[in-house]
Ligand binder design. Sequence first.
Ligand code: PEP
Ligand code: MN
Length: 354
Amino acid sequence: MILKLKPELNTQQRDLFISFLQGQGIDFLLREIYGMHLCLIFSDIENAQIVYLSSLPFIEEVVDTPKEYLLASNTWKKSSTCFDVEGQIIGGKEINIIAGPCSVESEEQIFKIAEHLHSLGLKFIRGGAYKPRTSPYRFQGLGIDGLKYIRKAADAYDLRVVTEVIDSSLIPEVSEYADILQVGSRNMQNYYFLKQLGKINKPVLLKRGMYARIDEWLMAAEYILSAGNEKVILCERGIRTFDTSVRNTMDITAFPLIKSLSHLPVFSDPSHGTGIRNLVTPLALASVAAGADGIMVEIHPDPDKALSDGMQSLYLEQFTDLINKARQVAAAINRSLDNDSANDKQKKQNICVE
Ligand code: PEP
Ligand code: MN
C-alpha cells in the first residue's frame, strides 16, 4: 500500500503530518520516489486504517499496488533507470559488459583476468569471494582475501568490482570492496536480506531465482526499491525446466518482457544460463538482440583447472571473440558496447537517455 502525499505540502506541514502518523503507532516508510512525490509506504496495514488515512487532507492518492509491485513497474516511472557507477553508466544506451571468474582463486589469477579486460577497454570485473555452493564440500571462496585481491586488480586496471554478497552479516564487508553487490539466484527470495540491501547506497545486481516467475523476480526487486535503494539491476541467469541437457534454460523472453513491465536495467548471464561453454556466446548474442542492457560472463585463463564453474567459463580468446560479435549485434539494434566509447575519447560517452 502506498499513499502519495500532495506535492504542494510544505516541510512544516509534512513534518506535522508524519509525527501525527507516528503518534498513531502506524508503521511506514517515508521516501521520495523517483523525484516525483513523497510517498508513505506501508507493508502491513489494515483496511480500516487505509480508509482513515485516505480521508486525511494531505493525501493526494492511495495506490493499492494491484500487481504487488509498483516501484519496479513502469506504472509511475516511465523513463529507464540509469545511474553512474564510478564514472560508468549502467542502463544507458551502451551495453555494459561484466566478466571475470566464477570465483576469485588467487591474486595472480584475478590480475591476469583484469589485464585482459583492460586490454579490451572493458570497465567491469566480476569474481566471487563468498561462494554459495550447492555442496558444502565444494570450494567456498577465499572470503575477505578474495575481496582484497579483486579490489586490488580492479584498481590497477581501472575496473569496477561486481561480487556476490551471500548474507546480511557480510553487507558491510562486501560493500567496502565492491562497486556493485550481486545477489545470487539462491537468495532472490531471502526477503529480510533484500530489505537490508535496500538500505545501502550501492547498486545491487539481482539475479533471477532459478525457480522464480517474472513477477516474483520483480517483487524481489520491489523489496530493495521500497526499502530505499533505487539502484537495482535485474540479471537473467536461466531457470530450471524439465530439460536436463543444459544446466539451466536461458529465458530469452525475459528481456523484452521485463522491458515492457519495468524501467529497471536487465542484464544477461549466459554462463549460468546454459552451464555449457560453447553455448555462452550464442546466448550472449541472442540476449543483446532481445534487448539486454548488459552481459555478465564467466571467463578463466585456464578453465579446466577452475575451482568452480570451469565447464561454463570461456577461455580468454573466446571471450575476445564474444565481444567482437556482440559489438556487431549491438550495432544492428543501434546500440554499442560500453568499452567502445572508452576506446575513442572523441566519441560521446554513454549517457542516460530520458
Ligand atoms: C555466480 O554468478 O557466480 C553465481 C553463483 O550465480 P547464480 O547465483 O546465478 O547461480
Ligand atoms: Mn559461477
